[in-house]
Ligand binder design. Structure first.
Ligand SMILES: NC(=O)c1ccc[n+]([C@@H]2O[C@H](COP(=O)([O-])OP(=O)(O)OC[C@H]3O[C@@H](n4cnc5c(N)ncnc54)[C@H](O)[C@@H]3O)[C@@H](O)[C@H]2O)c1
Length: 265
């Protein structure tokens, strides 16, 4: 029996990249997937890919910073697919690389999308799950939430998401709701940050590989597999965790170890 054949999932930011990969993966495992994004065309394209492969999907356009629009989109998703059992908070935005260069407006926008937008989704979905006796949430945070790798406003918001994950796990466990966070390291996507870095250096992903004990950056599917597990009944006793899916990046200083320890042995 497919692992997610009783799952109805809402995926934010699923028009592109990791969100699309998670949506396709969950659909392959039997889930009905609501594909929510600011980018309506991209959301439709993801939903079409799912349907063309024989799955069930519903595209919805909403800005997660707009509580009213988000609630209306959620109503439409549930009308089309039925009550949600899984929320994946994946939508995100960042453009500012360093603290010295960040403008006030950009700081506020990055906190607004990455933290407040996620809170809006929780605020909209949790009471519905509670009324129905349970559900699961996976928040896509980042290794940036526990160490500094650039993008300071985004990183501060991703750190807050880890704590917010713990709040939800602690307060809603009694209602049968689990909440976990996934912390990706570098993932090979064409989001705006990686586009800019790749324009500067087409070999950026290959150069980054040496920082990762597993010798490569992640593919979106690596993140999708972890989300599908945490969102499934196989993880029914796991809540409140922040799971790095980072090829070992946070485990140690791979470049230092490689240069000064392993090669000297
Ligand atoms: N790519 C990486 O290397 C990497 C690393 C660590 C964590 N992550 C996290 O993984 C997730 C997906 O990243 P990605 O690389 O696929 O990013 P992406 O930029 O390709 O996708 C993000 C999606 O969110 C949507 N979005 C942005 N603002 C929105 C809003 N206000 N309302 C609704 N939708 C909105 C965008 O339209 C886009 O489709 C994000 O949470 C990101 O922080 C990515």
């Amino acid at each position: 029996m497919p692992r997610h054949d009783t799952t109805t999932a809402l995926l934010t930011g699923a028009a592109h990249g990791i969100g699309r990969a998670i949506a396709l993966h969950l659909a392959r495992e039997g889930a009905a997937v609501a594909v929510l994004d600011l980018d309506a065309q991209g959301a439709e394209a993801t939903a079409r890919l799912i349907r063309d492969a024989g799955g069930t999907a519903f595209p919805a356009r909403a800005d997660i910073t707009d509580m009213a629009a988000l609630t209306a989109a959620l109503d439409a998703c549930e009308a089309a697919l039925g009550p949600l059992t899984l929320l994946v908070n994946n939508a995100a935005f960042t453009e500012a690389g360093d603290l010295a260069g960040i403008g006030l407006e950009t700081w506020h926008k990055e906190i607004d999308v990455n933290l407040n937008g996620t809170y809006h989704c929780l605020r909209a979905v949790l009471p519905r799950m509670q009324a129905r006796g349970g559900g699961a949430v996976v928040n896509i945070s980042s290794v940036n939430g526990v160490r500094y790798f650039g993008n300071p406003a985004y990183s501060a918001a991703k750190a807050a998401l880890i704590n917010l994950t713990q709040s939800v796990a602690s307060e809603y466990g009694r209602h049968g709701i689990r909440c976990n966070a996934v912390l990706p390291g570098s993932v090979r996507t064409d989001n705006i940050t990686w586009k800019i870095r790749q324009e500067k250096d087409p070999q950026v992903f290959e150069k980054l590989a040496r920082w990762y004990p597993l010798g490569r950056v992640a593919e979106p599917e690596d993140i999708a597999k972890a989300v599908a597990f945490l969102g499934s009944a196989e993880a029914s006793y796991i809540t409140g965790v922040a799971l790095p899916v980072d090829g070992g990046l946070l485990a140690g200083m791979n470049v230092m170890i490689g240069e000064f320890i392993l090669e000297s042995q």
